[in-house]
Design a protein around this ligand. Sequence first.
Ligand SMILES: [Fe+2]
Length: 427
Amino acid sequence: MPIIGKQVHEQSKTVQWSDGSTTVLPCIMDDGTNILQDDTDSVAFFASLPESNPEMSKHVIHLQYSDWTNKDRQLCDEISAALRVNKAVVIRQVTTPKHKTLNLDYLEDRGMSELMRVVVHDMQNPNKIQCILDVPYSQSGLPLFLSTLDHGIVNAWNQTTIDNPIDEAVHPDNFTVCSWALLHGPAYWTNPHHDSDGGATFIRVETGQKKWGLFKPINEHTAARTNLATMALGLVDLYKNRDDIPANWEAEIVTLLPGDILIQPAGQFHTVYTPVASFATGGHFCSYEQMHLTELSRWIDHKLARTLTNQVHEHSIATFHRMVINLPHISRRIKLYSRLLIALCLMVLDSDKYMAAGTWKPKVKASTTKRAQDIAHTVIKYFWTDIKTATNVFRKKETDGSNNQTHPGELISRDRLLTCLEAFTKF
Ligand SMILES: [Fe+2]
C-alpha cells in the first residue's frame, strides 16, 4: 500500500473487505502499542459485513445515473418512494470526476485556504488520523435535478413568506445543515450513529472513497419503538457489542467512489470508514414523505439523545412549522400518507416531546407557532377527531399485522385535505 508509512503509520496493517478490496486499518503506535486497537477491531469486523448487492439488497436501491438522464421527475419520484419506505438510494456516477490529488490546490479550487479557520490543519501527519467536519460549504447542496427533494427549503422556507413573513431571528442551522463538506485523512473510522434531528442525509464523494455501512434492525417490522431505542444503544457502542450485532441487525456496505451519491432516509443508523484521504460533500434535508421516520428518530433522541447522534440541533421546529403552514399549497405530486401527516402534526403540536435530551427549550413562541398549530389541529380533527385518537392510529399495529414503526400508513386523499384546509387558503 503506497500510503503506509507516508500518510498512515508505518506499522498499519491491511484488511480484505467482502467485496474483495483491500484497505489499511487504523493504527497509531505509542510505546509499542496500537492505541487505536478498538478502532482497528471495529473496522476489521465492519469489513466482514456484506457489500450491498444491487440485485439482492433489501434496504438499498441501486441506480445508475446514465439510466436516468433527462428523467429528473421520475428519478425524484423513485427516490421519494424508496425513502418513504425507509430504503436508502445510491446513484452511481452522477458525475465522472477525473482523479485529482487532494492537496491545497484542490481545496483552493473549492474556495478554501490554508489560512481558513478550521479546527485541524496538519492533516498529512502519519502519526495522527484526523478529519475536518466543519468545512463551510453552503455553496453546494443537492444537485439541481434532486433539489425538489428538500421540502424544508423548497416548501417550508421558500413558499410560506406571504402567510408568515420571516420577521424574527431564525436559527442559521435551518439553512447551513442543507450543505456541508467533509475532509478526512486516511484510515478514519466513524462509529455507528444516526444523524441528528431526523433529517435525511445525502453524501457525494468528490475524491477518495467511503465504505458506508447501513444498519437495519432484523425485527424492524415487529419491534416496539422502545425496543428500537434500546437496540440502537447497543449498536452505537460497537466497541463493546460487536459480537451481538449480527443477531440484531442486518448490515450492508455501500462502497462510494467519486461521482456516486448516497441518500439515506431519516433516522438511518450508519457507520463509515474512510480508507484513503477523501473530500465529500453532502447535507441534510426534510421531506414531507419521511416525517414518520423523522418523528421516530427525534423520539429516540428525546429518550437517549447525545449517545446516538452526531450533533444535537435545536432548530428544526421552525422548519416543521413552515412545512405545516404550507400544507394547503404543496404540489399534488408530493404523496401524503396517514402516518407521516400525523407525525408532522404531532411534532408541531407537542414539540416538547421531541426536543433531544439535554437541549434547551425555545423560550419564546415563534410567529409561526399559532398558524402552524391551528392548521395541525384542523388536520388532526378532520381526519382523526383528536390528538389521542391520532396518536393511537400512529402507534397501532398496521393492517398487515405488523407493528412497523417505519410504515408510512395509508395514502391521504389530497381533495379531502384541501377541503379540510380551505379556511387557510383565503388571501
Ligand atoms: Fe452521519
